[in-house]
Design a protein around this ligand. Sequence first.
Ligand SMILES: Nc1ncnc2c1ncn2[C@@H]1O[C@H](COP(=O)(O)OP(=O)(O)OP(=O)(O)O)[C@@H](O)[C@H]1O
Ligand SMILES: [Mg+2]
Length: 505
Amino acid sequence: MNQEKVLSVENISKTFPGVKALNDISLDLYKGEVLVLVGENGAGKSTFVKILSGIYTADEGGKMTLDGKAYTPKGIRDANSQGIYIIHQELNMIPDMTITENLLLAQGFPKKKGMKCFVDWKEADKQAQAIIDQMDLKYDLHARVETLSVANQQMLEISKAISQENAKVIIMDEPTASITSQEVDKLFGYIHKLKARGIGIIYISHRLEEIKRIGDRIIVLRDGTYVGEKEAATVDVDEMIRMMVGRNVTQYYPKSEHKAGEVALEVEGLSLHKLVKNVSLQARKGEVLGIGGLVGAGRTELVRGIFGADKIASGRVLIDGRQVKLSSPKMSVKHKIAFLTEDRKILGLLMGQSIWSNVVISKLSKLGRFGFLTEGRGIRVSDDYKEQLKIRMPSSRSLIENLSGGNQQKVIFARWLFSDSDIFIFDEPTRGIDVGAKTEMYELIDRLVLDGKTVILISSDMMELMGISDRIAVMSNGSLAGVLERDDFTQEKIMELALEGYLEK
Ligand SMILES: Nc1ncnc2c1ncn2[C@@H]1O[C@H](COP(=O)(O)OP(=O)(O)OP(=O)(O)O)[C@@H](O)[C@H]1O
Ligand SMILES: [Mg+2]
């Protein structure tokens, strides 16, 4: 890392109606360094980087300098042309356009020689191919982006941002939230190349273990203010958490003794058209059934099949011992199954709606029949969850899109808690959630189970999976490799099962 500044920020503040998202932030970014921003959900991280990338304008009074010159981006394109790029926290591709179209949209399509109005698609594909080749992605350029998994879309975003030749600063807002550890390795390898080119990188993540691996310097934000700065190599993680949360976070995985009762959900010989083969398992009342396995092992596919979000090829699902036909998510909700998906933007949030409507949507009838009752009670309900989950929001009437990413995730979690379901399927519920709030989510899961409910939990975080599950079913290459009881949980055993389906027989 050299000591030449690429970007300098002085006294930046940002006020939204009712919220001071940033309060007088000053910092420098050096060429070739990875500067990590950490802080709780709603601390102001995304707001800060949106100001850097021209999406928001800061309040009067601050100053930014890029490569020694005053920097006042008029918008994201202007920021790009001056060399600042951002990989967004929420996916930003256009789902029904092809990969080539998405990759070249911002920079413009190559035109046929002498014919300004006609796109040279052959050349366009060539350019797109060069972009995805950098990250070794083997995608069909003509496939629509919506056919890619969340992780693959994220990889596409990453390869798009890092392919820019004029880049001076690249901002990554939780780039690894949904990708696999293999892909994280690829990304980190690439970050080293960017550093060598002298590009400054601002990196945001809630995965504290990866910060030490990739970061040079760490800056902690809390409630929109600068709390302090640490060297990544020597930082003490507990101390960093204390700086973020303002208190000690000691018990990471609160869990009471659970007494499992009767079988609530049974799956017999379930196969899907994609990946999942002949899975049979049971989830009981009063237990957390964890589902482990590598990313791509079929965990999400399995629960989507159970929930009726994807078509089943064969097999049966029984609830309380009776066979049910869960042919759509609507049917499953009727049978009191809740499903928190990993892909909150597509399957979860009602954009353009208030926070309270997003909370009560699954159970509007619970609030009474009269419109005027609905709003007041809806607001009271979401205010309640706001307390419990420490959701950082100005008011329950605010629009959902004005919440920070992690706080949106909490709202969806609240929705399902409120839904009065008996069986809760949570797919990566703590993705993008800060360390302090995770504990609160675990406590609520624990309470559900003590109440006799059934929780099915998919998590790629091994410590979390072992910390809160009563049993763990391990998927491998689309099949169920085995089920472990709590006393038998070890990382080695889980990994062994997770790999089983990939070994040559
Ligand atoms: N467009 C907006 N309108 C109103 N308030 C907003 C808007 N964008 C962000 N906020 C508020 O600003 C605060 C900071 O949000 P921000 O998204 O920067 O948090 P964050 O640190 O990125 O959190 P997370 O870890 O959850 O992603 C939050 O209270 C949020 O609700
Ligand atoms: Mg954010």
